[in-house]
Design a protein around this ligand. Sequence first.
Ligand code: B12
Ligand code: SF4
Ligand code: SF4
Length: 379
Amino acid sequence: MQPLAHAELIRQAALALGFARVGFTPVGPVERHRVYQEWLERGYAGDMAYLARDAAVRRDPAALLATAKTLVTVALSYAHADPIDVPADRLAGGPRGTIARYARGADYHHVLKEKLRSLARTLGESIGGAVAFLPCVDTAPLLEREAAQAGGIGFIAKNTMLIAPGAGSYVLLGELLVDVECEPGVSLEPRCGQCRACLDACPTGAFVDAYTLDARRCISYLTIELTGPIPRELRALVGDRVFGCDVCQEVCPFNASASDGARELAPRAGYGRPALRRLLGLGAAQFRKWNKQSALRRVHRAQLLRNVAVALGNVGTGEDLPALARALDEPHALIRSHAAWAIGEIGRRGATEARALLQKRVTIETDSMVLEDLALALR
Ligand code: B12
Ligand code: SF4
Ligand code: SF4
């Protein structure tokens, strides 16, 4: 079979599996690896040490599978309707948080990998021989957006997202390395034109410039990747977001008409706008049940409760103080310090009971980070 026929065979099988787009690029050194290196050197990766550890592998996907000839790139859509459209007065249970769209359904890592394995099996059966392959999704040391652009799936936009024209940026990326030659796709140039809506809308000002994100300021990093305290000066900017952020995609005109999210990634009920007080009350076992088989597993319980406390500090009222007071007794100092901050913020908005709660905790607290947050909140 010829490279063109291989590509067509894979394309048809991938579309039948529900992928929104499929692309092909010969395995070889990555064009913008230098950009990646510089991004790391400027410290924009923050605490994501794994990005620096395997930086060299990201230079050439051949390091992952020596016999690989083609990097098949795929995109799976999660453009589902947004439950945020539900009017606030119809939401019972106190203030709500927001979970980023990609994490509202099943864990995309598993969904994509399963589909990629199935794609490899179909390829092997069709060409009547064993195919060496490696499925990759997110965690492999690959520059996935770069690969997707090179394969012809879409273009890298000013918000650094890979946009597939017609499908938008609410697509998750995966790759299949195969030892089969395929006709390469045609790489797309950026199509943002004069638009800069995403750069202006970012709540934390995380874009250094078009195409360059300082992850240390990105709410996605702050709520998911960062395991320590969220810098105090950024907490108010996080708003009600408890896991990830979609602002720079929500404002993008390329997503205005995006729909057709994959069935397997459909949002689960209650996972778009969860009640914050309920989340703050999740014990260890309930937490494990809450994030089971979902991309939400990326955070530990203390990280989630830290995020929830920050969100309550931003959108909560005096009615949320009892829940935050219980969080002040949590064994984990990270939760206590952010609960103290949140109580201080609610107090600043006029809830008079806040001060007494903070003063009571000061008398028994021993952790220096929590004591600092308590002192600042009392000021
Ligand atoms: C680390 C990481 C993050 C970090 C850093 C993000 C970033 N922009 O770098 C944090 C935690 C902040 C993050 C956030 C999110 N992430 Co993330 N993340 C990754 C990961 C693991 C590595 C990305 C990376 O290497 N970053 C380093 C920078 C330098 O790379 P880059 O942004 O791709 O930059 C390239 C371009 O900007 C380009 N470039 C530079 N200059 C120029 C100039 C021009 C003109 C052009 C055209 C290009 C260009 O060159 C760079 C190097 O290739 C990838 C998975 C993977 N293995 O690739 C997922 C991935 C990028 N993330 C993904 C998602 C879904 C998200 C979030 C939307 C999640 C959320 N809702 O909260 C946000 C989006 C924030 C944003 N605007 O980027 C998806 C993106 C899918 C898509 N359609 O693009 C990926 C591909 C995972 C997946 N398998 O689907 N993420
Ligand atoms: S995900 Fe949110 S915080 Fe991060 S760059 Fe986009 S808008 Fe800014
Ligand atoms: S909002 Fe505008 S500038 Fe940003 S990615 Fe979309 S088209 Fe490009």
